[in-house]
Design a protein around this ligand. Structure first.
Ligand SMILES: Cc1ncc(COP(=O)(O)O)c(C=O)c1O
Length: 406
């Protein structure tokens, strides 16, 4: 375990005030705050180490390339991938999942072919598949969660039929915190030759990931939720799947030769990384992942499990609070509505006055909102630096909301 008081000192923003109160940042599901080591790495990269990568034969270009490429090895370690060339850089999960839709699925799926999704996917793991429905007649097959917000892996496996060409599933819901047993799904899918795309945007932040043990084909992460910069991310693509892919974006760096009539491609993963990438963003993401690994992913998971237990105990004590999907095995993400409060925006506005940042809305998960029978929720999502005292502050602020709106 770690000393959370010491860890908090690594994040300069956590010592600021909001509305005259110490900041309580519970919007980690949307984006996490950055430790000083990441901020310093970005400043250093722009101040002393900056040039374009992969192209120059000068000192700074080589230095920037080495720093940028080092992140590939760090992501490999973070995800326990077998090979470094299975790690492809992206600007985040949205780009990663679009890449799979355009690069892997579009060339091989035909009208009537099916993609299985859970009802709790983020729009980033829905819209790229809808494109295939609109353009190619692909059918989206939805699997529901139960009343606790849990997803039975067997329900996903049972949905696999002769027309199933892909399963696209989150490992952790950004709304409910539900943790999905993707390993069981991947094992069954593999026996049936169906590839699985795992959206690891939330799960990778909160617990160790081992893509080899999981047996997935694709696994996407996004740097800004992992205490790294915006515009950074990566996707693990197993070698055999990468070999099946067609490039999605064309331009510099992804080719070997271009003539008037012919092009030949660079080797994977560079074949899929066209144009000048987010050089400094990727360097920053590498530092963020190292920061997390130094704390220890298991330690982070344990800290957040205790926070979840405590928050669950305190929040379920509020009998006017409707917690959505309050599973005992979920991550430290709580979505709720409040009797009397017209809209979750009202709750977030009141708690903001107490310096507490939560998010209200549909959380880019409208099919889930429909499934839950709500249009929006208020969401408190915890990170490695949050404390039980912050749970208490949230509860106090919610009690104030109850007084105001009841
Ligand atoms: C589960 C999940 N998937 C995908 C995304 C999209 O990530 P990004 O906007 O970083 O591409 C998010 C971000 O909120 C998310 O929570």
């Amino acid at each position: 375990m770690y000393n959370v008081t010491e860890i908090r000192k690594d994040f300069p923003i956590l010592s600021r005030e909001v509305n005259g109160k110490p900041l309580v940042y519970l919007d980690n599901g949307a984006s996490a705050q950055k430790p000083q080591v990441v901020i310093d790495a970005i400043t250093r990269a722009y101040s002393h180490e900056y040039a374009n990568v992969h192209r120059g034969l000068h000192y700074l270009s080589n230095l920037a390339t080495d720093k940028y490429e080092a992140t590939r090895g760090i992501v490999k370690q973070f995800l326990n991938a077998e090979h470094e060339d299975e790690i492809l850089f992206t600007s985040g999960t949205t780009e990663a999942l679009n890449l799979i839709s355009y690069g892997w699925a579009a060339p091989r799926l035909q009208a009537g072919d099916e993609i299985i999704l859970s009802v709790m996917e983020h729009h980033a793991n829905i819209v790229p598949w809808h494109f295939l429905r609109e353009r190619q007649g692909v059918v989206l097959k939805w699997v529901e969660t139960d009343v606790n917000g849990d997803l039975d892996p067997q329900a996903v496996i049972d949905a696999i039929g002769p027309k199933t060409k892909m399963i696209a599933i989150t490992q952790m819901s950004n709304v409910l915190g539900t943790v999905v047993d993707v390993k069981t799904i991947c094992t069954a899918a593999r026996m049936r030759g169906v590839p699985v795309v795992v959206d690891g945007s939330q799960s990778s932040v909160h617990a160790p990931v081992d893509v080899q043990d999981m047996g997935c084909d694709f696994f996407a992460i996004t740097g800004h939720k992992l205490y790294g910069p915006t515009g950074s991310g990566a996707i693990y693509i197993r070698r055999d799947r990468m070999a099946e892919m067609r490039p999605f974006i064309g331009g510099g760096d992804m080719i070997r030769e271009v003539s008037r009539d012919v092009i030949t491609y660079n080797d994977p993963p560079y074949k899929f990384e066209a144009g000048t990438p987010g050089i400094v963003q990727m360097i920053g993401m590498g530092v963020a992942l190292e920061y997390m690994m130094n704390i220890g992913m298991q330690n982070i998971a344990e800290h957040e499990r205790k926070l979840r237990d405590y928050a669950q105990k305190r929040l379920t004590g509020l009998n006017w609070l409707n917690i959505q999907g309050n599973s005992a095995t979920k991550g430290a993400i709580f979505s709720f509505t409040l009797d009397g409060a017209g809209h979750p925006h009202d709750i977030s506005t009141v708690v903001d006055q107490k310096g507490i940042a939560v998010r209200a809305g549909h959380h880019c998960a409208q099919p889930l909102m429909t499934h839950l029978g709500v249009t929006a929720t208020c969401r408190a999502s915890f990170g490695l630096y949050n404390t039980p005292e912050e749970v208490d502050k949230l509860v106090d602020a919610l009690e104030l909301c109850h007084e105001l709106f009841a």
